[in-house]
Design a protein around this ligand. Structure first.
Ligand code: 5RP
Length: 225
């Protein structure tokens, strides 16, 4: 019997998400390796949609390369559906996102979408958020103070580096990754951290949680609602 690799599971859920796309409309598109599988699948029905709103420069490039028109989020009032991955998701649909540093645009698009469909392989399902280092997009001049604030909460935080330098997001800001937290009340946590001066976006998606999760498992795609 052949076993499915993590990549196979991502392909499975990427394809399964097609059935949530509303034909004739603009679809919200997230970022990451799982979403890349969805974008490839979306290209097969590109004549039947108006286009996409994209959450990152990387996804925009991929969409355009496949001939899918990309709209600015300001050109669209409301999206029927937003399809995106997650670094962690619990059974209530609360997520940690931002492993690909695109969390701010992801949250913006999620907030303008009627339905958030999360696509993930089963390794992402957790009981309590916090195993994956929590990404937080910050204004660079506030980074060290925010790191101290997380330390006071019991977490360890560091600025994400790329090639030895602070990673610069699509929005020109930095990412702080926080380990050692158990996020038992995601709504409260998101409310609290979002208010710290210099925090652009915290990678807890509680207010913009997933309505549906298509989870890739060895037994096939499980739908969690
Ligand atoms: C990017 C994200 C991604 O959805 C998350 O990192 C999951 O990525 P992948 O599908 O590659 O595991 O939040 O900012």
């Amino acid at each position: 019997m052949s076993t499915l690799s993590q990549d196979d599971l991502k392909t499975l859920v990427g394809h399964a998400a097609l059935k949530y796309v509303v034909l004739g409309e603009v679809v919200g598109v997230g970022t990451g390796s799982t979403v890349n599988k969805f974008i490839d699948a979306l290209a097969t029905i590109k004549e039947q949609i108006k286009g996409a709103v994209s959450s990152s420069n990387a996804s925009t490039e991929r969409l355009k390369a496949l001939g899918i028109p990309v709209f600015d989020s300001n050109e669209v009032d409301e999206l029927a559906v937003y399809i995106d991955g997650a670094d962690e998701i619990d059974r209530q649909g609360f997520m940690i996102k931002g492993g690909g540093a695109a969390l701010t645009r992801e949250k913006i698009i999620a907030s303008q979408s009627k339905q958030f469909v999360c696509i993930a392989d089963e390794s992402k399902l957790v009981t309590t958020l916090g195993r994956f280092p929590l990404p937080v997009e910050v204004i660079p001049m506030a980074a060290q103070r925010i790191i101290r604030q997380f330390r006071a909460m019991g977490g360890e935080a560091q600025i994400r580096l790329r090639d030895g330098q602070p990673l610069v997001t699509d929005n020109g800001q930095h990412i702080v990754d926080v380990t050692g937290l158990q996020i038992t009340d995601p709504l409260k946590f998101e409310t609290q951290v979002s208010q710290w001066p210099g925090v652009v976006t915290v990678g807890v998606f509680a207010f913009q949680k997933a309505h549906v999760c298509l989870l890739g498992t060895a037994q096939g795609v499980q739908t969690l609602t």
